[in-house]
Design a protein around this ligand. Structure first.
Ligand code: FAD
Ligand code: PYC
Length: 417
């Protein structure tokens, strides 16, 4: 049950963005700020909110080249979970999951967070071993996860086909009951409204084209399509395009950008109770509150900046969905789209200072950063405000790629990316 203050409901009613009419559209940037965030996705808007709310830094601008939430935040399949293998990752993603649990109340904005459970299917002996290892590691780290037989998995998700004679039979599943979904655009708008109320400037249609540095090499501000904006602190949260932006300050990062795509069906009545993921056959599925089946595919195999994926990848995913859930065979697909995700060699993110004084980066979330939104935003704000990482993001440095202290979460991506 979500609770909203009666005053907010009276003042705003419940409209498209829960009644909020943004004042910032086409507002001109001020000449200077105490901090600038590049990228108006959930991570960037959230970082601005926590800078203002938790760290008292309110003279902040979020500069976005398009419209807020138009990047991966508004393009993802909204799966939220924290069942990662390594201690560092479990701490990071569970920090986020705990923040999700109170986010609608925190922002006084319904982000429609729904803990309907995330179930990961095992189709072969290797999957069983890997997922059982995750269950044990998660429990040691205080993260809920449990092993289900195929029959128990079907009880949890009745549309699931557990016929042993199909190509990829379901042999069992790992279930994180605290996992689930949220409404992606509401996350962007909820953070934007709350940040705006604290004095943050949100500047859309403002592309960063350069990073200016002073005589000592420290950050002095950003060159944008709407002119120069000065600031001694710049945080870059520009998923998919991070290396392009960081290159403006001559910082090189070990990132590759790939298209990742998703699609939705025509809307139907509630028919699918949870989230199901299958790494082995590259498919994941949930049902949105609008009734659409939300289906995600794998990444393209080649790096690219096109915001759509190869059709053969979507076709492969739909074949898998039809095998796992035969009742959906006759459903029509409404639309598909893609986003650009940036991926590090160990598939773990970077939330860190850079070698340039005053320049900070939050990137490398690959196919899995939506679930991290509140946690990443909070930790990034901490790193910018204090000029040092929070203990939770301290392991997620750029230097780990030099020192070899990798957090190799590749297998925990849950979808084969
Ligand atoms: P974004 O929302 O992409 O925000 C970055 C912003 O930076 C963009 O709005 C962009 O326009 C802006 N920008 C870029 N360059 C500039 C510039 N030069 N100047 C100004 N602004 C700039 N994660 C999950 O956890 N669960 C999932 O189920 C899931 N499914 C996914 C499915 C798909 C199809 C895709 C594409 C991604 C998925 N992800 C998922 C990953 C997740 O969407 C991202 O990791 C997350 O949303 C990143 O958030 P963000 O705020 O960092 O990035
Ligand atoms: O990280 O859970 C995830 C995910 C699901 C779909 C894309 N990423």
């Amino acid at each position: 049950m979500q609770r909203f203050s009666a005053l907010a409901l009276l003042r705003h009613g419940l409209g498209r963005h829960q009644g909020w009419k943004p004042q910032w559209r086409n507002a001109a940037p001020k000449p200077s700020y105490d901090a600038i965030i590049v990228g108006g996705g959930g991570h960037g808007l959230g970082a601005a909110y926590y800078l203002a709310k938790v760290y008292g830094i309110r003279n902040v601008a979020v500069v976005e080249k398009g419209w807020i939430g138009g990047g991966n935040t508004g393009r993802n399949t909204t799966i939220i979970r924290s069942n990662y293998l390594f201690e560092e990752s479990a701490a990071l993603y569970d920090h986020a999951l705990k923040l999700w649990e109170g986010l609608s109340q925190e922002l006084n904005y319904n982000v429609m967070f729904s803990q309907r459970g995330v179930m990961m299917l095992a189709h072969n002996i290797h999957d069983i071993q890997v997922f059982k290892r995750h269950v044990h590691a998660n429990r040691i780290n205080g993260v809920d996860n449990e092993w289900l037989t195929a029959e128990q998995a079907k009880d949890y998700c009745p549309p699931l086909n557990i016929d042993p004679n199909v190509r990829y039979p379901v042999l069992g599943a790992a279930l994180q009951r605290r996992g689930g979904t949220a409404r992606h655009d509401a996350v962007a708008w909820g953070y934007a409204r709350a940040a705006d109320a604290l004095g943050v400037d949100i500047i859309e249609n403002c592309e960063v084209a350069g990073i200016r540095r002073d005589m000592a090499g420290a950050v002095a501000g950003v060159e944008t399509s709407r002119g120069f904006i000065a600031s001694k602190r710049v945080g870059v949260s520009a998923a998919g395009h991070t290396s392009v932006v960081l290159d403006m300050a001559h910082v090189r990062l070990p990132l590759e950008s790939f298209p990742l795509q998703a699609l939705v069906s025509e809307p139907v009545k509630p028919v699918f109770p949870c989230v199901v993921m299958s790494n082995t056959i590259h498919a994941y599925l949930s049902q949105s509150d609008k009734g659409e089946l939300v289906i995600g595919a794998g990444t393209d195999v080649y790096t690219s900046y096109t915001q759509r994926g190869g059709l053969h990848i979507a076709t492969h995913t739909l074949e898998a969905i039809c095998e796992l859930f035969p009742r959906f065979r006759r459903m029509r697909m409404l639309r598909n789209w893609g986003g650009i995700v940036d991926v590090t060699p160990d598939r773990s993110p970077i939330i860190a200072k850079t070698p340039v004084t005053g320049l900070y980066v939050n990137c490398g979330w690959g196919t899995g950063g939506f679930k991290a939104t509140p946690g990443a935003a909070h930790l990034f704000a901490h790193t910018i405000a204090r000029d040092e990482p929070h203990p939770i993001n301290a392991p997620f440095t750029i230097e780990r790629f030099r020192d070899g202290y990798l957090i190799d979460e590749a297998a925990a991506a849950a979808v084969a990316h």
